[in-house]
Ligand binder design. Sequence first.
Ligand SMILES: Cc1cc2nc3c(=O)[nH]c(=O)nc-3n(C[C@H](O)[C@H](O)[C@H](O)COP(=O)(O)OP(=O)(O)OC[C@H]3O[C@@H](n4cnc5c(N)ncnc54)[C@H](O)[C@@H]3O)c2cc1C
Length: 449
Amino acid sequence: MGWYDIAIVGGGFSGVATIANIVRDAAKPIAIAVVSRDARGVFGPAYATPRDEHLLNVPAANMGLFADNPRHFYEWTQAQGITAAPGDYLPRRLYAQYLQSVLDAAQAAARDKGIRIGWFQGEAEDIEDHAEYLSVRSGGDGIDARVVVLAIGNALHKGDAGPAIDQPWKFDFKTLSPAQKKIALIGSGLTAADIIISILDTGWQGDITCYSGHAALPRAHLAGYDADKRVALPPDQYISQRLSGIMQALRREIKSGAREWHYIIDSLRPLTQDIWRSLSATDRERLVKKYFTLWNIHRHRYAPHIAARIDAAQAGGQLKMVKARVASAAQTPDGVALELATKDGVETAAGFDLVFRCTGVDYKTAHNPLLKNIIAKGLAKPPGNDYGIRASDNMLVYRDRPCAMYALGAPLFGALFETTAVPELRLQAKLISDSFLEDSIASKSRAIG
Ligand SMILES: Cc1cc2nc3c(=O)[nH]c(=O)nc-3n(C[C@H](O)[C@H](O)[C@H](O)COP(=O)(O)OP(=O)(O)OC[C@H]3O[C@@H](n4cnc5c(N)ncnc54)[C@H](O)[C@@H]3O)c2cc1C
């Protein structure tokens, strides 16, 4: 399958951002391969939804793909004649169009610069070090490159094969009928919010029950959010502290009432990776197991008008939140039956016409064959926990000259914690591009034109 200077595994946001930075900044012809499970133009689960009501959870003015221009996406909407304000939460479907336009522009610029981009659809199963090059193994073939970038992103939780709908964004909500009376959602995060809104949009009148261990929905963004109200939190109260001390400092800050909690949580963002790195292994595990949901619902919020509709559905009794983990789902003659683990023991809830799985992203290394394989052969190291791999400050995972491997995004969850949204990813893509281009100036390109 040829020889490339760099092979990028994954064609979602992180893959596209890496390509766009390299093409923009490269001063000489190089060859880039992309190996992605999805076809070119499918940008991962976040932006694959075809539905207008599924919105970005970050304002338009902060969704730009380039680290040196966070407004790039917003500027693109204006160039397209789309009516939008910088603080709007726009459809994710529109964001996929933006990514496509960035990719098309990169492809055109690449042609002008003599840069070759080869796109291969397939699963990267393993990576081998052949001393002079790394080989990305996919379906019996190898894509050989001096440098590999792992941009493999978000694996969604997979349940047991059962009657639950696994890709809820793809469901055709027009097929809901008045004869259907009961819908269950497994999970209560941003995906559940997407699905609740899609159901409400159809005018369907039946009952929606949302099951999760904590039964807490994401919080709403503040209407009229003013980014200038974020503050520089004192690092010494947050970095190199016990988790309990950090939680106390946060509570004090929020209780002081000087500003809404939204600003305090967002003010933590520049410190989050350093806080995480400075926590003991035990505190990291506690944070993931005990406080991750609490963090997520405050940190990853949805638009105020989405919150208002969901609140109204709850107040009107159409939407119920239930604290229970769904252990299994089975089709019965009377509909889908769920086995629930509650604090009082095991219970059954039956008679659902439809069940949607909204359980979000699975960071566990054990569930990712590619990460498992490269850790097993020493090409990557675990971060001291079960969630992915570790990387240096410039995203380097492995170096054995002349070969190198970088990673960005979700595979670094266990190492960085805050590493899945566009503001972090665009910075990581730029770091990788800079490091790769600096290195490739030093080494002679072996690209086949
Ligand atoms: C539903 C949802 C909504 C979101 N909304 C927002 C938002 O509004 N704003 C925001 O900033 N962030 C949002 N996020 C966070 C999201 O993580 C990032 O915005 C971004 O999409 C991550 O891109 P990625 O390329 O790192 O990962 P992904 O989008 O997951 O892309 C990874 C790609 O790699 C491919 N791949 C994976 N493993 C392999 C393999 N072994 N071989 C070959 N190919 C492989 C996948 O098929 C996929 O194409 C959202 C996430 C989700 C799930």
